[in-house]
Design a protein around this ligand. Sequence first.
Ligand code: C2E
Ligand code: CA
Ligand code: CA
Length: 570
Amino acid sequence: MRELLERKKGLRRTILIVDDEYIEREMLGAMLSDSYSIMYAENGALALEMIKRDKLLLSLIILDLHMPEMDGYSLLELIRSDSELRRIPVIVLTSERGAEAKSLRLGAADFITKPYDMPEVIMARVSHAIELAEDTVIIHETERDALTGLFNKEFFFEYGKRLDQQNGNAPMDALVLDINRFRIVNELYGKNYGDHILKKLGSFIHELVQYTGGLACRSDSNCFCLSLPHSDDLAAKLPGYVARINEFLDDRKITVRIGVYSDDGSGLDMERRFDRARLACRKLRNTYETGFDFYNAELHSRELHSERLISDIDKALAEKQFRVYYQPKYRISGGKPVLTSAEALVRWFHPEFGMVSPGEFISLFESNGLIQLLDRYVWNEAASQIRKWRDSFGVDLPVSVNVSRVDIFDPQLGDTLFNIAESNGLTTDKLLLEITESAYTDNSQQIIDTVSSLRERGFRIEMDDFGCGYSSLNMLTSLPIDALKLDMNFIRNICTNQKDHRLVAIMIEIARLLEVPVIAEGVETEEQMLLLRELGCDIIQGYYFSKPLPSEEFDKLLAKEIREGNYDHN
Ligand code: C2E
Ligand code: CA
Ligand code: CA
């Protein structure tokens, strides 16, 4: 009985009752309509039309054997011989002795005798026939996954969508279940063992959808989709499911991840529900334990945005949507500040999103390596800009460019930079290379090698964001660098926070020890500038002097500083 109640809450299956007697049709329909959606046909011809039209929707046909026009036997034969229709189980209605054997021979799943038995008996026969039909492997193989006996993906989605319609889009939760590192399981333990695991998982899933009244498929080699009637306390149930999975698999090295989209009743179609569950599942791809996670809308929109930026980068490079801004650096160690170099900072003028700041895309492009394309573009732009300034103003203003941690691993890095300088008629000391301190601590030997060879070719290296990367003093003294650039976060509160003040003083001491100049960036006020000068800081970059400027505006600044004698000719 509990099974039946569970079913009632679950998906409503659809049954077609074919009987020419109005009263009998209605009586039977009334008995079943609490738990099923009922369709009626009053003769065989009409029934056949409906069956063909709704073949994916129908879970059961209840068929009277005696009818005018096309009788039940002929219709049964037709259904059973049609490869697309024969997955639908048929229960025959009969009052005749002897008809049973013949109808079973023709492939009927069961029979109900007239006058009708007790309603419970009829209910039991109906639900049994449906279950059996959904469970057996006799079902047409194109609808089934041969290994697990679950639906295949195509049928699952087609059938699920029909059920959605039938159920007035009652909320259905979507679960995507994936086996962690299944390829490795297959490789290490053999394909047979892999198949064995898939079958076990298949039978757990089977049990679960039977219990909850949902449906499931194997959608890819090691991935399953489950569509379950919405449950408000799914999060509370999932640990139990996970425990049961572990019990079924009985092998601690096999773990699964489950991505869940909990249907809030917003009426998303089935495919979209599963897209979201899949996203939630993908988030878990680096876990080693069996676990689950729920889809989260905010995360989703962020991911979509990131994917969009990734897919747009090629076009953006080709159409020069990226523009390089220049922020001046001033030497303050002498009396009055003089313009000594600039930092190239990229901006993206996206046709749809407007100006996108590097904070939004640099680490994204670092995570997939695309940063290399962008950096190259920026280096080229910066070099040709230095050249333009030489041509217009007769000065070679050095520009520092950011070199991402990803670039460090490119064996061509030195050649690339060298060619960029050379093709613009520049010596290599005009390109300053900013490399963030954390890149040093992450992979010190590689970076020491790369940076040493860059310096041999004449490039100068500035260690960016110094103070955040936890370099050891010991390591610092062996590093090949030409300048330390203090991390902005220390500068922000330098005038108010005693600790930051002390830290900056110490970092400047370290630079003295290494005999390299110190650059402070993020300097916004005169007070900060004066304090830094007092502490022995050599070069300042920040809004106090100027924000990063597009090249036309930087031209004006450069012209003015040259005119007024504030240009560092050293
Ligand atoms: P970063 O290299 O530390 O660059 C300094 C950042 O501080 C820049 O942000 C700059 O606009 C900002 N800034 C400068 N002065 C001030 C100030 O006085 N106050 C405040 N609040 N901020 C100031 P931006 O341009 O948004 O760049 C952010 C980060 O993106 C950069 O940090 C750098 O790590 C990265 N980036 C920018 N352009 C490139 C590039 O072409 N290649 C690579 N790999 N990374 C880049
Ligand atoms: Ca920088
Ligand atoms: Ca920095």
